[in-house]
Design a protein around this ligand. Sequence first.
Ligand code: CTP
Length: 399
Amino acid sequence: MQGKRILLGITGGIAAYKIASLIRLLKKSEAEVKCIMTPASCDFISPIVVSALSENPVGIEFWNKKDGTWNSHVDYGLWADIFLVAPLTANTLSKMATGSCDNLLLATYLSMKGRTIVAPAMDLDMYAHATTKRNLEQLQGDGVQIIPAESGQLASGLEGEGRMAEPETIFDFLKNATVITEQYWKGKNALVTAGPTYEAIDPVRFIGNHSSGKMGYRIAQELLNRGASVTLVSGPTNLTLEHPQLEMVKITSAEEMLEAVQSAWSGVDVGIFAAAVADYRPQDVADEKIKKSEDSMTIELVKNPDILKWAGAHKKEGQTLVGFALETNNVKENANKKLVSKNLNLIVMNTLQDVGAGFGVDTNKISILDNRNNFESFELKSKSKVANDIISYLENYIS
Ligand code: CTP
């Protein structure tokens, strides 16, 4: 971590005492460390300890009331490669999720140029609360990486999820985030397709599917986290994603998705096609809303373009292509056929037979097959972790 500039934001939770060990690990690895503390966190760990270990003054207030010196949140935001908020309390989480800015730490978050990573720490019920989950989702959608809380003994005496990840785990996470990322993804362009497509029947009706887009958005997020530039071609979803290196292209139909992919393709290093494209569309789209008249009606469907197949047919040296397969039977055999016929490098398989995998849910269970005949199965995991597995597999494949 030599020369990496880590800005540590400490908030008022009991886990703040563990931050001393984290600072020591960072300093030992030759990272530069600066710290900002919320006023509440000073009750849990002394700023003197933090300042002595980090070998830098600690920012707590916007102004030094004695001499009027300004602690510039803008300068902190420009200085840091990574802003790590640990521990992240429910209170600071909710303020970050809504853009509140009533202390130096929050103002710095809003001024950050590099990426932000958070390590939540709270009691069992607080961590499990719907509001906390919603706020964490919001942060993730805003491009923040989350180091999940762990299970174990909590300060309240309760046992369960909510403990801040151990300093060693946080340190490893930061190391991966800074070192591996730069090696593979800096300067690389990735294209991700996500979500469903809607195929119009008339101005108010369409043929669609249950895809939420979560898998594709998590993949785009993971690529951004690792330093890639990403074009996300997204069908209609309720999701948001914002990042300086993200180009979001919103489309509705398969034909529009094909057009977006075609116009970006020549500059793409890696294409990951996670969209659930409608295979067919109505042959004719009515100009006016169709009135009900007969007891039955027939809609003539025609085949949509296979966007992934188009990309495979136009794949040049140096481009890597990843497709998805949602199979219900003969999973590996069918996926292999798609890998070959669409000229893919990797195919990610999931089946609807696995509980918790597939459409609409937050978890997925995948296996990956590549065109060098390697095969790997993964456990049921959150879609963020699945995205992490896919991109890590891809890194090994490319290198
Ligand atoms: N795909 C695509 N364009 C399409 C259809 C699918 O880009 N018109 C992509 C998907 O994003 C996914 C993969 O192709 O990466 C899925 O392959 P596909 O052959 O469509 O799988 P199924 O829909 O499961 O097809 P089938 O019904 O033939 O099994």
